[in-house]
Design a protein around this ligand. Structure first.
Ligand code: ADP
Ligand code: MG
Length: 453
């Protein structure tokens, strides 16, 4: 990809993430000034834009550029001198053109501040097939008689398979039927940080009172409560208080209650006391149906070989199916024509990778050292160099997380270190990921790489 093509591809994707006004304001007269050995310099028209892009959009820009070209490791911004600008940014009339490209199905859905519900997630646009029939039916039952049939309702399943969509749909539907009902949707991470903060600020009672009069409490991704004892304790009390009043509790997790380690026994048995429903994986026919439904929502159509290519290659994640489709939509809108299969393959090179997620310690070490620009042996040898410490901890973390390696094994793998070093590294990274979005992002990028090697 040339740097102009790269930038065009980025603009096409950015449009999904921000409003039209913001897009026109901040991305007008931008371009790639320079691209060399993993570094991209983005030209911006003035200092104001520079600051704004750096502070508000840098993460998104980096993420997209990296997904388009994984060599890219760093993004910088520079104000273009006028004479340079002529060359790098499209001429102004052209600029207007792409700014005026019809919005790529961008709709601003407002998340309700009180309930945290996003109106985009409804039952109407939730496709039901054998892989999610049971949780969907259970969700409806909950909507029809909150607190009375399945309490709690515990939905579990892999990433990107519709847990959040279904949970939010329950909330939206209950409100639609009974607007006076009080609903609260919260991710368990937010819940946990709410607890931690209120303990720090000595207003835990006030925090708890927010949950006192809720009719339907929805907790997403409860696996993140693992190991957070204080939060679990508070949650347990809130749970019991609501449960005793026949208030509905809905929970999601990426795994069943019994597989969440470091979950207090009494909480686990509470979760198991209601209805447990799992979302499995959509089969090929279902994936095709999802793609077709989603493209007709966007009023676009693609040929069957393209749909089949996507459905064959993206098997375990509806979010990725949607993401791939969005790229094709962007292409179509920008070029005013449907991509053919060859183009689709190039467009999706970075999205489609082996559906079988298999890796090895060697691949993890390779991906980590590649990402941090280090030599593999630096990571695995006994070295106390400061810049090695974090990458090594990340590698240890990934060995544990992705391969479930034992701590003594991890210790041995990294220059014969003691297992306590591995345990320390693992927990250090887990802790840091809780507070640092950057680290989480970094680790996600490394993981992608791990499964592509
Ligand atoms: P999870 O919470 O399980 O990681 P999400 O609920 O965030 O997954 O779903 C990922 C994306 O896929 C969302 O955009 C969601 O709307 C879409 N999606 C998931 N399942 C369905 C479905 N059954 N029908 C339509 N869209 C779905
Ligand atoms: Mg989710």
């Amino acid at each position: 990809m040339t740097k102009d093509e790269l930038w065009q591809a980025l603009l096409a994707q950015i449009q999904f993430n921000i409003s039209k006004a913001n897009f026109a304001t901040w991305f007008k007269n931008t371009g790639i000034m320079f691209k060399k050995s993993g570094e991209v310099i983005i030209s911006v028209p003035n200092n104001f834009s520079k600051e704004w892009l750096e502070n508000k959009y840098n993460k998104t820009i980096f993420k997209i550029l990296h997904s388009l070209d994984e060599e890219i490791k760093e993004v910088k911004y520079a104000v273009a001198r006028p004479e340079l600008k002529m060359k790098i940014a499209p001429a102004s009339s052209q600029t207007e053109d792409w700014v005026d490209v019809p919005q790529l199905e961008f709709q601003e859905f407002k998340v309700n501040k009180e309930t945290n519900l996003n109106p985009r997630y409804t039952f109407e646009n939730f496709i039901v097939a054998p892989f999610n029939e049971l949780p969907q039916a259970a969700a409806w039952a909950v909507v029809n008689s909150p607190g009375l049939v399945y309490n709690p309702l515990f939905v579990y399943g892999g990433v990107g398979l519709g847990k959040t969509h279904l949970l939010q749909a329950i909330g939206n539907e209950v409100i639609k039927k009974s607007p006076q009902k009080r609903i609260k949707y919260i991710s368990s991470e937010k819940f946990a940080s709410g607890i931690v903060n209120s303990i720090k600020n000595h207003n835990i009672e006030k925090f708890k009172s927010l949950y006192k009069d809720i009719d339907v409490l929805i907790i997403d991704d409860v696996q993140f409560l693992a190991g957070k004892e204080k939060t679990q304790e508070e949650f347990f009390h809130i749970f019991n208080a609501l449960y005793e009043k026949n208030k509905q509790i809905v929970i999601s997790s990426d795994r069943p209650p019994k597989a969440i380690s470091a979950l207090e026994e009494r909480l686990r048995s509470r979760f198991e006391g209601g209805m447990i429903a799992d979302i499995s994986y959509p089969d090929f026919e279902t994936r095709l149906a999802i793609l077709k439904a989603k493209s007709s929502e966007k009023k676009l159509n693609f040929s069957n070989d393209i749909f089949e290519y996507l459905a064959n290659n993206i098997q375990r994640n509806i979010r990725e199916l949607e993401g791939a489709l969005n790229r094709l939509v962007a292409y179509q809108r920008l070029n005013n024509q449907s991509p053919n299969l060859e183009v689709v393959k190039t467009l999706l090179k970075n999205v489609i990778f082996s559906p079988k997620k298999i890796t090895t310690p060697e691949k993890i070490i390779k991906a980590v050292s590649f990402f941090y620009d280090l030599k593999e042996r630096d990571i695995i040898m006994v070295s106390r160099k400061k810049e090695i410490v974090k990458p090594r901890q990340v590698a240890m973390y990934l060995l544990r997380e992705e391969l479930k390696s034992s701590f003594p094994f991890i210790g041995r793998k990294f220059g014969g270190k003691d297992h306590t070093t591995a345990i320390h590294a693992y927990h250090k990274i887990v802790k840091e990921m809780e507070i640092s979005e950057n680290l989480t992002e970094e680790i996600n990028l490394i993981k992608e790489q791990v499964y592509r090697l």
